[in-house]
Design a protein around this ligand. Structure first.
Ligand code: SF4
Length: 380
Protein backbone atom coordinates (compact mmCIF):
# COMPACT_ATOMS: atom_id res chain seq x y z
CA UNK A 1 0.00 0.00 0.00
CA UNK A 2 2.82 2.37 0.90
CA UNK A 3 4.44 1.70 -2.47
CA UNK A 4 1.17 2.59 -4.20
CA UNK A 5 0.89 5.84 -2.26
CA UNK A 6 4.48 6.73 -3.15
CA UNK A 7 3.71 6.18 -6.84
CA UNK A 8 0.54 8.26 -6.54
CA UNK A 9 2.44 11.10 -4.93
CA UNK A 10 4.65 11.37 -8.01
CA UNK A 11 3.81 13.99 -10.60
CA UNK A 12 2.84 13.32 -14.19
CA UNK A 13 4.26 15.74 -16.76
CA UNK A 14 2.12 16.54 -19.80
CA UNK A 15 3.76 18.30 -22.77
CA UNK A 16 1.40 19.67 -25.41
CA UNK A 17 2.46 19.80 -29.07
CA UNK A 18 -0.18 21.70 -31.05
CA UNK A 19 0.83 20.92 -34.66
CA UNK A 20 -0.79 18.64 -37.23
CA UNK A 21 -0.10 17.94 -40.92
CA UNK A 22 -3.78 18.43 -41.71
CA UNK A 23 -6.85 19.07 -39.61
CA UNK A 24 -9.29 16.20 -39.18
CA UNK A 25 -12.95 17.06 -39.73
CA UNK A 26 -14.08 16.03 -36.23
CA UNK A 27 -11.21 17.43 -34.18
CA UNK A 28 -11.84 19.78 -31.30
CA UNK A 29 -8.35 19.75 -29.75
CA UNK A 30 -6.04 22.72 -29.36
CA UNK A 31 -4.03 22.34 -32.61
CA UNK A 32 -3.05 24.12 -35.83
CA UNK A 33 -1.26 23.40 -39.09
CA UNK A 34 2.41 22.50 -38.95
CA UNK A 35 4.87 25.30 -39.65
CA UNK A 36 8.59 24.49 -39.31
CA UNK A 37 9.61 27.93 -38.06
CA UNK A 38 6.77 28.17 -35.53
CA UNK A 39 7.55 24.65 -34.34
CA UNK A 40 11.22 25.49 -33.70
CA UNK A 41 10.24 28.57 -31.64
CA UNK A 42 7.59 26.59 -29.79
CA UNK A 43 10.03 23.86 -28.76
CA UNK A 44 12.41 26.52 -27.38
CA UNK A 45 9.56 28.06 -25.37
CA UNK A 46 8.42 24.67 -24.09
CA UNK A 47 11.96 23.87 -22.98
CA UNK A 48 12.19 27.22 -21.20
CA UNK A 49 8.82 26.74 -19.46
CA UNK A 50 9.89 23.29 -18.18
CA UNK A 51 13.28 24.55 -16.97
CA UNK A 52 11.57 27.34 -15.00
CA UNK A 53 9.08 25.03 -13.25
CA UNK A 54 9.20 24.34 -9.53
CA UNK A 55 11.14 21.12 -9.06
CA UNK A 56 9.40 17.97 -7.85
CA UNK A 57 9.39 14.22 -8.37
CA UNK A 58 7.82 12.77 -11.49
CA UNK A 59 7.40 9.33 -12.97
CA UNK A 60 5.57 9.93 -16.26
CA UNK A 61 6.03 12.21 -19.26
CA UNK A 62 3.28 12.32 -21.85
CA UNK A 63 3.68 14.08 -25.21
CA UNK A 64 0.12 14.80 -26.39
CA UNK A 65 -1.33 16.90 -29.15
CA UNK A 66 -1.83 17.71 -31.88
CA UNK A 67 0.71 15.37 -33.41
CA UNK A 68 3.81 15.26 -31.19
CA UNK A 69 5.49 12.78 -33.55
CA UNK A 70 5.93 15.69 -36.00
CA UNK A 71 8.73 16.91 -33.73
CA UNK A 72 12.21 15.68 -34.55
CA UNK A 73 13.55 12.97 -32.22
CA UNK A 74 16.32 15.41 -31.26
CA UNK A 75 13.67 17.96 -30.16
CA UNK A 76 11.82 15.30 -28.13
CA UNK A 77 15.20 14.44 -26.56
CA UNK A 78 15.83 18.07 -25.60
CA UNK A 79 12.40 18.27 -23.94
CA UNK A 80 12.96 15.04 -22.00
CA UNK A 81 16.37 16.39 -20.92
CA UNK A 82 14.68 19.59 -19.70
CA UNK A 83 12.27 17.45 -17.63
CA UNK A 84 15.20 15.49 -16.21
CA UNK A 85 17.08 18.68 -15.37
CA UNK A 86 14.10 20.14 -13.47
CA UNK A 87 12.45 17.11 -11.92
CA UNK A 88 13.74 14.16 -10.03
CA UNK A 89 12.59 11.38 -12.34
CA UNK A 90 11.70 7.90 -11.08
CA UNK A 91 14.04 5.22 -12.46
CA UNK A 92 11.19 3.49 -14.34
CA UNK A 93 9.77 6.62 -15.91
CA UNK A 94 7.01 6.08 -18.49
CA UNK A 95 7.54 8.33 -21.51
CA UNK A 96 4.66 8.27 -23.99
CA UNK A 97 4.65 9.82 -27.46
CA UNK A 98 1.32 10.16 -29.24
CA UNK A 99 2.09 9.27 -32.83
CA UNK A 100 0.14 9.43 -36.06
CA UNK A 101 0.91 6.35 -38.18
CA UNK A 102 1.86 8.36 -41.29
CA UNK A 103 4.69 10.10 -39.40
CA UNK A 104 6.28 6.82 -38.34
CA UNK A 105 9.26 4.91 -39.74
CA UNK A 106 11.53 2.37 -38.14
CA UNK A 107 14.41 4.83 -38.22
CA UNK A 108 12.38 7.60 -36.51
CA UNK A 109 11.12 5.12 -33.91
CA UNK A 110 14.71 4.08 -33.15
CA UNK A 111 15.68 7.72 -32.69
CA UNK A 112 12.64 8.47 -30.50
CA UNK A 113 13.56 5.47 -28.38
CA UNK A 114 17.19 6.61 -28.12
CA UNK A 115 15.85 10.03 -27.02
CA UNK A 116 14.07 8.37 -24.09
CA UNK A 117 10.58 7.50 -25.38
CA UNK A 118 9.47 4.05 -24.19
CA UNK A 119 5.74 4.03 -24.97
CA UNK A 120 4.06 4.85 -28.27
CA UNK A 121 0.37 5.64 -28.51
CA UNK A 122 -0.82 5.43 -32.12
CA UNK A 123 -3.90 7.37 -33.22
CA UNK A 124 -5.27 4.68 -35.53
CA UNK A 125 -9.04 5.36 -35.11
CA UNK A 126 -10.10 2.64 -37.59
CA UNK A 127 -8.66 -0.24 -39.57
CA UNK A 128 -11.16 0.29 -42.40
CA UNK A 129 -10.32 2.52 -45.38
CA UNK A 130 -13.77 4.06 -45.94
CA UNK A 131 -13.93 5.12 -42.29
CA UNK A 132 -10.44 6.63 -42.34
CA UNK A 133 -11.39 8.59 -45.48
CA UNK A 134 -14.63 9.85 -43.95
CA UNK A 135 -12.65 11.12 -40.95
CA UNK A 136 -10.09 12.85 -43.18
CA UNK A 137 -7.20 10.87 -41.69
CA UNK A 138 -3.91 10.82 -43.62
CA UNK A 139 -2.99 7.16 -43.03
CA UNK A 140 -4.37 3.94 -44.45
CA UNK A 141 -5.15 0.82 -42.44
CA UNK A 142 -2.04 -0.93 -43.84
CA UNK A 143 0.11 2.04 -42.88
CA UNK A 144 -1.17 1.76 -39.29
CA UNK A 145 -0.32 -1.95 -39.12
CA UNK A 146 3.16 -1.21 -40.54
CA UNK A 147 3.68 1.61 -38.05
CA UNK A 148 3.19 -0.81 -35.17
CA UNK A 149 5.63 -3.26 -36.79
CA UNK A 150 8.17 -0.45 -37.16
CA UNK A 151 7.82 0.47 -33.49
CA UNK A 152 8.30 -3.18 -32.51
CA UNK A 153 11.36 -3.49 -34.80
CA UNK A 154 12.79 -0.38 -33.13
CA UNK A 155 12.49 -2.10 -29.73
CA UNK A 156 9.41 -0.32 -28.36
CA UNK A 157 7.64 -2.90 -26.22
CA UNK A 158 4.80 -0.75 -24.93
CA UNK A 159 2.36 0.21 -27.67
CA UNK A 160 -1.15 1.60 -27.40
CA UNK A 161 -3.72 2.01 -30.19
CA UNK A 162 -6.75 4.33 -30.23
CA UNK A 163 -9.88 3.24 -32.05
CA UNK A 164 -13.10 5.21 -32.47
CA UNK A 165 -16.54 3.66 -32.54
CA UNK A 166 -19.87 4.98 -33.66
CA UNK A 167 -18.41 6.53 -36.79
CA UNK A 168 -20.63 7.71 -39.66
CA UNK A 169 -21.95 4.70 -41.63
CA UNK A 170 -20.16 2.26 -39.29
CA UNK A 171 -22.13 -0.93 -38.67
CA UNK A 172 -21.51 -3.30 -35.74
CA UNK A 173 -19.87 -5.69 -38.25
CA UNK A 174 -17.50 -2.91 -39.42
CA UNK A 175 -16.57 -2.16 -35.83
CA UNK A 176 -15.92 -5.83 -35.13
CA UNK A 177 -13.53 -5.90 -38.10
CA UNK A 178 -11.43 -3.05 -36.63
CA UNK A 179 -11.37 -4.68 -33.18
CA UNK A 180 -10.30 -8.03 -34.68
CA UNK A 181 -7.47 -6.31 -36.56
CA UNK A 182 -6.40 -4.56 -33.37
CA UNK A 183 -6.25 -7.92 -31.56
CA UNK A 184 -4.23 -9.41 -34.42
CA UNK A 185 -1.79 -6.47 -34.29
CA UNK A 186 -1.47 -7.08 -30.53
CA UNK A 187 -0.75 -3.77 -28.76
CA UNK A 188 -0.22 -3.81 -24.98
CA UNK A 189 -2.93 -1.19 -24.50
CA UNK A 190 -5.97 0.10 -26.37
CA UNK A 191 -8.36 3.03 -25.98
CA UNK A 192 -11.85 2.78 -27.45
CA UNK A 193 -13.56 6.12 -27.84
CA UNK A 194 -17.01 7.09 -29.00
CA UNK A 195 -16.90 9.72 -31.73
CA UNK A 196 -18.17 12.94 -30.22
CA UNK A 197 -19.34 15.52 -32.72
CA UNK A 198 -18.96 19.02 -31.36
CA UNK A 199 -21.53 21.58 -32.62
CA UNK A 200 -19.61 23.10 -35.57
CA UNK A 201 -17.53 20.08 -36.57
CA UNK A 202 -17.02 20.09 -40.38
CA UNK A 203 -17.83 16.38 -40.28
CA UNK A 204 -21.42 17.28 -39.39
CA UNK A 205 -21.78 19.18 -42.68
CA UNK A 206 -20.11 16.40 -44.64
CA UNK A 207 -22.50 13.91 -43.07
CA UNK A 208 -25.48 16.03 -44.03
CA UNK A 209 -24.19 16.50 -47.59
CA UNK A 210 -23.33 12.86 -48.15
CA UNK A 211 -26.35 11.49 -46.28
CA UNK A 212 -24.15 9.57 -43.80
CA UNK A 213 -25.75 8.57 -40.55
CA UNK A 214 -24.77 7.13 -37.18
CA UNK A 215 -25.91 3.70 -36.08
CA UNK A 216 -28.84 3.70 -33.62
CA UNK A 217 -28.02 4.05 -29.91
CA UNK A 218 -28.73 0.36 -29.27
CA UNK A 219 -26.09 -0.57 -31.86
CA UNK A 220 -23.55 1.74 -30.22
CA UNK A 221 -24.20 0.05 -26.87
CA UNK A 222 -23.88 -3.37 -28.48
CA UNK A 223 -20.61 -2.36 -30.18
CA UNK A 224 -19.15 -1.18 -26.88
CA UNK A 225 -20.16 -4.25 -24.88
CA UNK A 226 -19.16 -6.67 -27.64
CA UNK A 227 -15.68 -5.18 -27.98
CA UNK A 228 -15.03 -5.34 -24.23
CA UNK A 229 -16.12 -8.99 -24.08
CA UNK A 230 -13.97 -9.82 -27.12
CA UNK A 231 -10.95 -8.03 -25.65
CA UNK A 232 -11.43 -9.91 -22.35
CA UNK A 233 -11.29 -13.13 -24.32
CA UNK A 234 -8.11 -11.96 -26.06
CA UNK A 235 -6.35 -11.43 -22.70
CA UNK A 236 -6.88 -7.70 -22.19
CA UNK A 237 -8.29 -6.28 -18.98
CA UNK A 238 -10.57 -3.31 -18.98
CA UNK A 239 -9.36 -0.88 -16.33
CA UNK A 240 -11.28 2.26 -17.24
CA UNK A 241 -14.50 3.01 -19.14
CA UNK A 242 -12.63 3.44 -22.45
CA UNK A 243 -9.32 1.69 -21.80
CA UNK A 244 -8.02 -1.87 -21.76
CA UNK A 245 -4.52 -3.20 -21.23
CA UNK A 246 -2.49 -6.34 -20.87
CA UNK A 247 -1.85 -6.90 -17.14
CA UNK A 248 0.56 -4.26 -15.82
CA UNK A 249 0.41 -2.15 -19.01
CA UNK A 250 -2.17 0.41 -17.95
CA UNK A 251 -1.28 4.00 -18.83
CA UNK A 252 0.44 5.17 -15.66
CA UNK A 253 0.15 8.76 -16.79
CA UNK A 254 -3.60 8.67 -17.42
CA UNK A 255 -4.18 6.84 -14.13
CA UNK A 256 -3.11 10.05 -12.38
CA UNK A 257 -6.14 11.83 -13.85
CA UNK A 258 -8.48 9.12 -12.54
CA UNK A 259 -6.83 8.41 -9.19
CA UNK A 260 -6.94 11.93 -7.81
CA UNK A 261 -3.27 12.42 -8.67
CA UNK A 262 -1.26 15.52 -9.54
CA UNK A 263 0.17 16.64 -12.84
CA UNK A 264 1.85 19.59 -14.48
CA UNK A 265 0.97 20.58 -18.02
CA UNK A 266 3.42 22.46 -20.26
CA UNK A 267 2.69 24.13 -23.58
CA UNK A 268 -0.22 26.10 -24.99
CA UNK A 269 -3.59 25.33 -23.41
CA UNK A 270 -2.10 22.77 -20.99
CA UNK A 271 -3.74 22.32 -17.59
CA UNK A 272 -2.09 21.53 -14.28
CA UNK A 273 -3.53 20.28 -11.01
CA UNK A 274 -1.23 20.31 -8.05
CA UNK A 275 -1.81 20.83 -4.33
CA UNK A 276 -5.48 21.60 -4.88
CA UNK A 277 -4.68 24.37 -7.37
CA UNK A 278 -5.80 24.13 -10.99
CA UNK A 279 -4.17 26.31 -13.61
CA UNK A 280 -4.40 26.68 -17.36
CA UNK A 281 -1.86 27.99 -19.85
CA UNK A 282 -2.76 30.49 -22.54
CA UNK A 283 -4.35 28.60 -25.46
CA UNK A 284 -2.88 30.37 -28.50
CA UNK A 285 0.48 29.06 -29.72
CA UNK A 286 1.74 32.55 -30.61
CA UNK A 287 0.66 34.04 -27.30
CA UNK A 288 2.27 31.15 -25.46
CA UNK A 289 5.62 31.66 -27.23
CA UNK A 290 5.36 35.42 -26.67
CA UNK A 291 4.69 35.10 -22.95
CA UNK A 292 7.36 32.50 -22.24
CA UNK A 293 9.96 34.32 -24.35
CA UNK A 294 9.25 37.56 -22.46
CA UNK A 295 9.81 35.73 -19.17
CA UNK A 296 6.12 35.87 -18.20
CA UNK A 297 4.24 32.88 -16.77
CA UNK A 298 2.44 30.79 -19.40
CA UNK A 299 -0.58 30.33 -17.15
CA UNK A 300 -3.47 32.75 -17.50
CA UNK A 301 -5.85 31.19 -15.02
CA UNK A 302 -5.20 29.87 -11.55
CA UNK A 303 -7.87 28.67 -9.18
CA UNK A 304 -7.69 27.20 -5.70
CA UNK A 305 -10.20 24.33 -5.75
CA UNK A 306 -12.65 24.21 -2.88
CA UNK A 307 -12.82 21.11 -0.71
CA UNK A 308 -16.19 20.42 -2.34
CA UNK A 309 -14.74 20.57 -5.88
CA UNK A 310 -11.85 18.28 -4.96
CA UNK A 311 -14.26 15.75 -3.49
CA UNK A 312 -16.50 15.87 -6.58
CA UNK A 313 -13.52 15.47 -8.92
CA UNK A 314 -12.14 12.52 -6.96
CA UNK A 315 -15.52 10.74 -7.00
CA UNK A 316 -16.37 11.61 -10.59
CA UNK A 317 -13.05 10.53 -12.10
CA UNK A 318 -12.44 7.57 -9.74
CA UNK A 319 -15.68 5.94 -10.74
CA UNK A 320 -14.39 5.69 -14.31
CA UNK A 321 -12.02 2.93 -13.18
CA UNK A 322 -13.30 -0.65 -13.31
CA UNK A 323 -11.84 -1.18 -9.83
CA UNK A 324 -14.07 1.69 -8.75
CA UNK A 325 -13.05 3.77 -5.80
CA UNK A 326 -12.73 3.51 -2.06
CA UNK A 327 -15.49 5.92 -1.17
CA UNK A 328 -14.60 5.93 2.50
CA UNK A 329 -10.95 6.78 1.85
CA UNK A 330 -11.95 9.62 -0.50
CA UNK A 331 -14.48 10.82 2.05
CA UNK A 332 -11.84 10.76 4.80
CA UNK A 333 -9.42 12.71 2.58
CA UNK A 334 -11.96 15.50 2.03
CA UNK A 335 -13.84 15.37 5.33
CA UNK A 336 -17.21 14.15 4.08
CA UNK A 337 -19.32 11.07 4.74
CA UNK A 338 -19.93 10.14 1.11
CA UNK A 339 -22.55 7.43 1.82
CA UNK A 340 -24.53 9.77 4.00
CA UNK A 341 -24.39 12.56 1.48
CA UNK A 342 -24.96 10.66 -1.80
CA UNK A 343 -26.28 7.24 -0.64
CA UNK A 344 -29.97 7.98 -1.34
CA UNK A 345 -29.23 9.22 -4.88
CA UNK A 346 -26.96 6.25 -5.60
CA UNK A 347 -29.33 3.59 -4.27
CA UNK A 348 -31.54 3.29 -7.41
CA UNK A 349 -28.46 2.65 -9.58
CA UNK A 350 -27.30 -0.05 -7.16
CA UNK A 351 -30.79 -1.61 -7.24
CA UNK A 352 -30.75 -1.64 -11.06
CA UNK A 353 -27.38 -3.42 -11.15
CA UNK A 354 -25.57 -0.45 -12.70
CA UNK A 355 -23.44 0.17 -9.61
CA UNK A 356 -21.96 -2.31 -7.16
CA UNK A 357 -21.20 -1.51 -3.54
CA UNK A 358 -18.58 -3.83 -2.02
CA UNK A 359 -17.51 -2.86 1.48
CA UNK A 360 -16.04 0.63 1.22
CA UNK A 361 -15.80 0.42 -2.59
CA UNK A 362 -18.18 1.54 -5.27
CA UNK A 363 -17.85 0.53 -8.91
CA UNK A 364 -19.77 0.62 -12.16
CA UNK A 365 -20.85 -2.57 -13.91
CA UNK A 366 -20.40 -2.66 -17.69
CA UNK A 367 -24.07 -1.80 -18.15
CA UNK A 368 -23.48 1.04 -15.70
CA UNK A 369 -20.59 2.28 -17.84
CA UNK A 370 -23.05 2.86 -20.68
CA UNK A 371 -24.89 5.28 -18.40
CA UNK A 372 -21.80 6.60 -16.64
CA UNK A 373 -22.52 10.28 -17.24
CA UNK A 374 -25.99 10.01 -15.80
CA UNK A 375 -24.76 8.11 -12.74
CA UNK A 376 -21.76 10.33 -12.09
CA UNK A 377 -23.99 13.42 -12.31
CA UNK A 378 -25.05 12.47 -8.78
CA UNK A 379 -21.71 13.84 -7.56
CA UNK A 380 -21.81 17.23 -9.26
S1 SF4 B 1 -4.36 14.45 -35.95
FE1 SF4 B 1 -5.42 14.47 -33.95
S2 SF4 B 1 -5.06 16.51 -33.11
FE2 SF4 B 1 -4.52 16.59 -35.29
S3 SF4 B 1 -6.36 17.33 -36.30
FE3 SF4 B 1 -6.45 15.09 -36.37
S4 SF4 B 1 -7.59 14.50 -34.51
FE4 SF4 B 1 -6.95 16.62 -34.25
Amino acid sequence: MLAIMAVLAMLGLYLHVPFCSSICNYCNFNRGLFDADLKARYVLALEAEIRRATPGRADTIFFGGGTPSLLEPEEIGRLIDACRATFEMAPAVEVTLETNPETSSRERMERFRAAGVNRISFGVQSFREPELKRLGRLHTADRAVRAVEEARAAGIDNVSLDLMMWLPQQTPADWRESVETLIAVGPEHASLYLLELYPNAPLREEMARAGWSLAPDEDAAEMYLWSLARLDEAGYQQYEISNVARPGRESRHNLKYWQDGEWLGFGCGAHSTIDGVRSRNVASTDDYIGRVTAGQPASVERRVLTREERLEDALFTGLRLTAGLDVEAVGARYGEDVWKRFGTDLAPFVAEGLLIREGPRLRLTRDGMLLANEIMAVFV
